[in-house]
Design a protein around this ligand. Structure first.
Ligand SMILES: Cc1cc2nc3c(=O)[nH]c(=O)nc-3n(C[C@H](O)[C@H](O)[C@H](O)COP(=O)(O)OP(=O)(O)OC[C@H]3O[C@@H](n4cnc5c(N)ncnc54)[C@H](O)[C@@H]3O)c2cc1C
Length: 384
């Protein structure tokens, strides 16, 4: 089989790459060792957030990302539960409120719509929140999708534009020509020749880079999610505590827990979130689950009476400098990387796929890729 490009991984990032490349007429093979969204994209939540970012490169990507999601929701006929529901960030103490006030103003300065809420406004937005909170801020641009439905919709439309989905097919070796450029790969179902390999393997992307002969410092960052039984709509927005952004920006191995609570269209409520750098250990850790539930009940006392339906873990693709990795490896022509989106890959996946497609096709880029290029890790990175 010969194709113009092979995308490895049918999570949100790979599905987005395949979608945009196929739409532009490239013959694409999307190679996935499981089913669509069988990796992290099937085990996260579906928030599309600007409110949890710091002003800078990732926020700029997230702002563009919101626009791309909005456009996808308007042009694709599929229902992937896109909802511009807005985010509410709550401060438990006066100290947290001071920090939240500073953040709200900094994000406002970077073009994010945000405002602090009076207690009556907060009560109106989220009637079931605890009454003793120091304050809160509202971010109306935050949105939500159902990630598995979104991946399926993107793959479906990529296939309608000629993309091939090779699911339950694993990439096991990568071939380079005499000049070192990508020329093909071996999969569990046979060889494919291609001049382009796009590594969208999420937390496993360092393994694909190793097949190419490069180091890529992406690690899995474990997270637990508790799912409640279906309930009447008790939580109307994405609600998270002000210290959440701090836990995102640490690199600790010990569990970091900050409350994130959101309702879904099916009535279940998702409770998060935890962060740990412990490799691919998928053990469900009871103390972490207890901490998540305790924090959720602290903010929504009414949840004390809810039953949990299930708990699961997923692995965020984590880069040491907390930024996605998007671009071509100059030492290996034809080798493109699109990974490292950590806890924001659902929000950032489509814009990242669009930007990589523009780069591959030599089109004008929607935004500067400089902060995200893989060359930032290059010192000594090439092994062969
Ligand atoms: C608990 C939790 C909550 C989250 N909540 C949110 C949220 O609310 N909002 C948000 O934006 N993000 C969230 N995230 C993060 C988000 O889920 C990830 O950033 C995103 O799913 C990463 O997508 P991906 O396509 O890069 O990786 P993946 O979805 O993991 O896709 C990579 C794919 O590559 C495949 N693969 C690997 N190796 C091979 C191989 N050799 N051959 C073929 N296929 C291969 C895997 O099977 C996998 O399907 C959350 C994550 C977790 C864990």
């Amino acid at each position: 089989m010969h194709v113009d490009a092979v995308v490895v991984g049918a999570g949100i990032v790979g599905a987005s790459c395949a979608f945009f490349l196929a739409q532009e007429g490239l013959k694409v093979a999307l190679v996935e060792r499981g089913g669509i969204a069988s990796g992290t994209s099937g085990s996260g939540e579906g928030n599309i957030l600007v409110s949890d970012k710091e002003p800078g490169a990732e926020l700029a990507l997230a702002q563009q990302g919101c626009l791309v999601w909005k456009r996808l929701a308007s042009i694709l006929p599929d229902d992937f539960e896109f909802e511009e529901k807005g985010g509410v960030v709550v401060a438990e103490t006066d100290e947290h409120l001071h920090a939240l006030t500073r953040r709200t103003s900094a994000l406002g300065g970077a073009g994010v719509t945000a405002h602090l809420l009076t207690s009556s406004e907060l009560r109106e937005l989220e009637p079931h929140l605890a009454h003793d909170l120091a304050g809160a801020a509202y971010f109306p641009q935050d949105a939500q999708v159902q990630p598995m439905l979104a991946c399926a919709a993107l793959v479906k439309h990529a296939r309608q534009h000629g993309a091939l989905l090779l699911d339950y097919t694993e990439v096991i070796a990568v071939e380079r020509d005499k000049q070192g450029a990508i020329c093909g790969m071996l999969t569990s179902k046979g060889p494919i020749t291609t001049p382009r390999l796009i590594n969208a393997a999420g937390p496993w992307s360092s393994q694909i880079s190793a097949l190419v002969g490069l180091d890529l410092p992406i690690q899995p960052r474990k997270g637990h999610v508790v799912v409640t039984e279906p309930l009447p709509r008790l939580v109307l927005h994405k609600v998270f505590e002000a210290s959440y952004s701090e836990t995102v920006n640490t690199s600790d191995t010990i569990p970091q827990v900050a409350s994130v609570v959101e309702g879904t269209k099916s009535g279940t409520i998702l409770l998060g979130s935890s962060r740990q750098l412990v490799g691919f250990d998928s053990t469900i850790e009871v103390p972490v689950v207890q901490a998540i539930v305790r924090r959720a009940v602290r903010y929504f006392p009414i949840l004390a009476h809810a039953h949990a339906l299930r708990t699961y873990v997923g692995f965020r693709p984590f880069a040491p400098d907390h930024l996605p990795v998007i671009g071509e490896e100059p030492d290996v022509p034809g080798y493109y990387i699109n990974t490292g989106h950590e806890g924001a890959g659902i929000g950032l996946g489509p814009i990242s796929g669009k930007l990589l497609s523009q780069l591959i096709l030599g089109q004008a880029l929607d935004m500067d890729l400089a902060p995200f290029l893989p060359t930032r890790f290059q010192k000594g990175g090439v092994r062969s």
